[in-house]
Design a protein around this ligand. Structure first.
Ligand SMILES: *[C@@H]1O[C@H](CO)[C@@H](O)[C@H](O)[C@H]1NC(C)=O
Ligand SMILES: *[C@@H]1O[C@H](CO)[C@@H](O)[C@H](O)[C@H]1NC(C)=O
Ligand SMILES: *[C@@H]1O[C@H](CO)[C@@H](O)[C@H](O)[C@H]1NC(C)=O
Ligand SMILES: *[C@@H]1O[C@H](CO)[C@@H](O)[C@H](O)[C@H]1NC(C)=O
Length: 520
């Protein structure tokens, strides 16, 4: 019965997923104008995409191609820390770009990059948790083969080179930017990543259902990398593509937008911000967001706005700048069809984040604590909880402001780009240790390199790749991981979270009682 329900919910989730893909731009059915706009925008990157996929098909085309030129400025050894080896992007030599030849031939000089990377943030503890299903058995070739249906692409690292085999097209350019991110990681830590082979899924909904791999006849679950997980899934959580930019919505790569938001934060101090709860986004992607829209009234202390991407694209994204959205004391986070990439932008604002209980998690969200980093909102009582949170915050401004500050600090310090790469580094390294077979490049699969992607892209896609390009190897080692959770510490962690949420509920009950008494 229970399983059945879960199953239904899960297929409902899949439908939601579909739904999101179809309706992210507009809640209405496709009109011919939205469709043609969509096709136009798509055309640009489909062209880039086809080109990337099989360059030989259109060889001799006048499209930009590239080579990687490398300039070594380290001849004077005493200066090497000030003038490190630099990668540059040169899109002018077509023949070389096609084969990533320069990339292979010139690798960075041996740098003494042995200075410590310091301690990693706590959320690195989840790496072992996500991989624990394969700890006893390791990962065999059989577990990966046959699991291609779950994935958009297969990625291999063999002797420091990256190879990609694509199975199907992902939504927008999620796969391109994810592959781009891994290519940049290789540049940041050249020669440090082990050989590996992995499968990656770029959809919203979770992929590997725990229930499907339990019981006497169960097979081993396939390890599949994905942007999020939930407590019923076995997906291996990896940073999403937005860290290298989300071109379709004009959201810059993470390092740049984080600086923009930091500047934006200086414009208005917490206490001078609008004393209400703010949200702006696409409410049509999930039930929870649609439900939130019911709270749009002064009665609930909330100011909710619909983001119309169609209009935004036409108006040059003037009204969707994230750094201009840190104007309210309270900002609501509510997930979409699955996890939402918006969590980091909202938390970065110095406003107090009112977080509607997330069901899904990305690679860092699990480590946030209610009342420390955010104020919890129960998803079944959104409106009353929002009203209470704002009233409480406005009468306890010092504490409310501190929660906002702490959440923001987490994002600006613990989620800076260096740590995103370090998380990827450690996750991939730990994953590679589990492989019981030697990764072999499948026949016909060609090497992938930064210039193949960047030089064959166009417009914002190219701009964001160039902007997020790693230009020199790290001068420090990846950070050192904290000891992994054991069963006890994990249990204690979840109990602490529940206990704090209960405290907030108790506070709210008292508040509602008082309110009722006043009314009588
Ligand atoms: C290298 O740097 C040192 C110290 O700055 C300087 O004295 C020396 O002339 C430099 N050598 C070359 C070849 O540039
Ligand atoms: C780019 O590569 C071409 C061909 O190898 C070369 O002629 C040109 O000077 C390079 N440009 C830069 C900026 O390095
Ligand atoms: C770099 O270091 C590796 C291993 O320490 C060594 O095998 C290799 O020859 C070195 N390369 C150069 C260019 O010094
Ligand atoms: C919420 O209310 C404000 C102010 O009345 C309005 O401008 C806005 O469009 C409303 N949002 C939604 C989602 O209805």
């Amino acid at each position: 019965m229970d399983t059945c329900k879960k199953h239904n919910r899960r297929s409902a989730k899949r439908r939601e997923d579909d739904f999101q893909e179809k309706t992210w731009r507009s809640g209405k059915k496709w009109t011919s104008s939205t469709l043609s706009l969509f096709l136009f925008v798509n055309l640009i990157f489909i062209a880039a995409f086809i080109y990337w996929l099989d360059i030989s098909v259109i060889s001799g085309s006048p499209l930009l191609e590239a080579i990687l030129t490398t300039t070594t400025k380290t001849s004077n050894k005493t200066l090497k820390h000030h003038q490190p080896f630099e990668y540059t992007l040169n899109c002018s030599d077509q023949v070389l770009a096609r084969k990533c030849r320069i990339n292979n031939a010139i690798s960075p000089p041996n740098q003494s990059s042995d200075s410590s990377g310091g301690m990693c943030p706590d959320y690195f503890q989840w790496i072992e948790q996500d991989l624990r299903w394969w700890k006893k058995t390791g990962i065999s070739r059989e577990m990966l083969d046959g699991a291609e249906d779950f994935a958009h692409f297969r990625l291999l690292i063999v002797k420091g080179k990256v190879y990609v085999e694509r199975f199907k097209k992902s939504f927008q350019t999620r796969d391109l930017f994810t592959i781009w991110g891994i290519l940049q990681l290789m540049r940041l830590y050249p020669g440090k990543l082990p050989d590996l082979e992995l499968l990656f899924n770029c959809n919203d909904g979770v992929v590997i259902n725990k229930n499907d791999y339990q019981g006497p006849d169960a097979t081993w679950p396939p390890p599949v990398f994905h942007y999020c997980g939930d407590k019923e899934s076995l997906d291996i959580v990896f940073p999403d593509w937005t860290f290298w930019g989300w071109a379709e919505t004009n959201i810059r790569p993470w390092e740049g937008i984080l600086k923009d938001i930091k500047e934006g934060n200086k414009r208005t101090k917490w206490k001078d911000r609008v004393p209400y709860a703010y949200w702006k986004g696409n409410p049509r992607v999930s039930y929870s967001r649609a439900d939130l829209m019911k709270c749009n009234a002064s009665e609930w202390n909330s100011r909710l706005y619909v983001q119309e991407w169609d209009k935004e694209i036409l108006q040059g994204y003037k009204n969707s700048k994230l750094e201009d959205q840190c104007t309210h004391r309270y900002k609501i986070f509510v997930e979409g069809a699955a996890w939402s990439v918006s969590d980091k932008y909202i938390l970065a604002c110095d406003s107090t984040t009112l977080m509607v209980d997330p069901y899904f998690y990305d690679f860092f969200l699990r480590s946030l604590m209610p009342l420390q980093h955010y104020w919890p909102i129960n998803t079944n009582r959104k409106c009353t909880d929002l009203k209470f949170a704002v009233d409480w915050g406005n009468s306890h401004t010092r504490q409310a402001k501190a929660i906002g500050k702490e959440g923001s600090k987490f994002i600006h310090e613990s989620l800076k780009m260096k740590y995103v790469y370090d998380y990827m580094f450690h996750l991939l390294s730990e994953y590679a240790k589990l492989l019981k077979f030697e990764p072999k490049v499948p026949p016909g699969v060609k090497e992938m390199c930064s210039e193949k992607l960047a030089c064959s892209s166009d417009g914002l896609w190219k701009k964001f790749m160039v902007e997020s390009m790693v230009i020199s190897p790290s001068e420090t080692l990846p950070c050192t991981r904290p000891p992994p959770f054991d069963d006890l510490s994990l249990q204690a962690f979840f109990q602490k979270k529940d206990r704090i949420k209960q405290q907030v509920e108790n506070l709210e009950s008292e508040y509602l009682e008082k309110l009722n008494k006043k009314r009588q």
